[in-house]
Ligand binder design. Structure first.
Ligand code: SF4
Length: 326
């Protein structure tokens, strides 16, 4: 499933705890053993240019293929499935999404690559019901597994970039470029991708690192793919202090100087950093606060979303869904 490419001799389980070789047969022990199911706004993922205002029935399983020492979902990611947890068939998941009035499904919380055949099955059913299907993922797919989920109908990715090759303190040995390679493949397939860079203090926040990330973003994805520069808070084993806002703004400024059109700063609860502005005339087009769309000003009369003041086309996949959360 993923670029760790575990080799499993008889009786051995892969790093993520989900796949086991039993006498030459590969079993997915964690298939459909869900750890959470919850409707959530798409903006929380975060995806800002994909079905804005909608909600997705968000589901997770157990385990992960990475070991980020600052993981905020360690109660799910660092637990391996035993196979005796509650089983929710994919049909039931989709039925629940329809009942709750969600527009789509979101595989999230822990790493969905560890539940990939379930994501594929749920997506195929969801698409038949007119729902979208997206993933919040470290994007460490093999090319083959990525093409499998794209062909099933997954068409949105909130893709985490964890760092850069110059990092010394964590995730050493991870091929970070895989994220961008796969994001490009997904874009070429017609899917939507936003890159999420959690800026971890004294870990992946140094100049050489963010310059590498932004240069890869430009090389692989161009100027239009949104970038989220997100604030870290201490979690799991990592005790570095929260990212200073000044550091986030320094990175945002650099990304804008390089020509990126949509750069957001997240986890700061500041609507100015969360809202979408027209890259041509500066008008606020989608006003967000606390990961909610509070005002949507884009003009869709031509069949595309455009700035009502200067006519700039703003890339949005899906349609705006007006929901009232309060
Ligand atoms: S999905 Fe799990 S078992 Fe498969 S290669 Fe990745 S870590 Fe290993």
């Amino acid at each position: 499933m993923c670029e760790r490419k575990c080799v499993l001799p008889n009786g051995v389980t892969g790093v993520c705890g989900n796949y086991v070789n039993t006498s030459g047969v590969l079993y997915h022990r964690g298939y459909g053993r869900l750890s959470a199911i919850e409707s959530r706004p798409i903006e929380i993922k975060p995806l800002y240019h994909y079905w804005p205002g909608s909600t997705a029935l968000t589901y997770s399983n157990y385990g992960c293929n990475f070991y980020c020492p600052w993981c905020q979902n360690d109660h799910l990611s660092f637990v391996k499935p035993s196979g005796s947890e509650e089983y929710i068939p994919p049909e039931k998941l989709v039925e629940l999404a329809v009942l709750k009035g969600d527009e789509g499904l979101s595989a999230s919380f822990n790493e969905p690559l560890t539940n990939l055949d379930y994501v594929v099955d749920a997506t195929e059913i969801a698409v038949k019901h007119g729902l979208y299907s997206m993933m919040v993922t470290n994007m460490y797919f093999t090319v083959k597994s990525l093409k499998t989920v794209l062909d099933a109908g997954v068409d949105g990715f909130s893709a985490d970039i964890k760092g850069c090759p110059q990092m010394k303190r964590a995730l050493v040995g991870v091929d970070h470029e895989v994220v961008f390679r796969n994001a490009r493949i997904a874009l070429d397939h017609g899917a939507h991708v936003e890159i999420v860079y959690l800026v971890v203090t004294n870990t992946n926040d140094f100049k050489e690192c963010y310059e590498w990330i932004i240069s890869k973003h430009l090389d692989y994805l161009g100027l239009e793919a949104p970038l989220h520069v997100n604030r870290y808070h201490p979690a799991h084993r990592w005790r570095e202090p929260p990212t200073p806002i000044s550091k986030l703004l320094e990175i945002r400024e650099y990304a804008l100087q390089q020509g990126l059109k949509y750069v957001y700063v997240g986890n700061t609860w500041n609507p100015d950093y969360e809202s979408t502005k027209c890259p041509r005339c500066g008008k606020t087009l989608i006003y967000r606060s606390g990961y909610r769309v509070l005002d949507f000003k884009l003009d869709s009369s031509s069949g595309r979303y455009k700035c009502p003041r200067c006519g700039e086309v703003i890339p949005i996949k899906g349609r705006y869904v007006e929901k009232h959360f309060y």
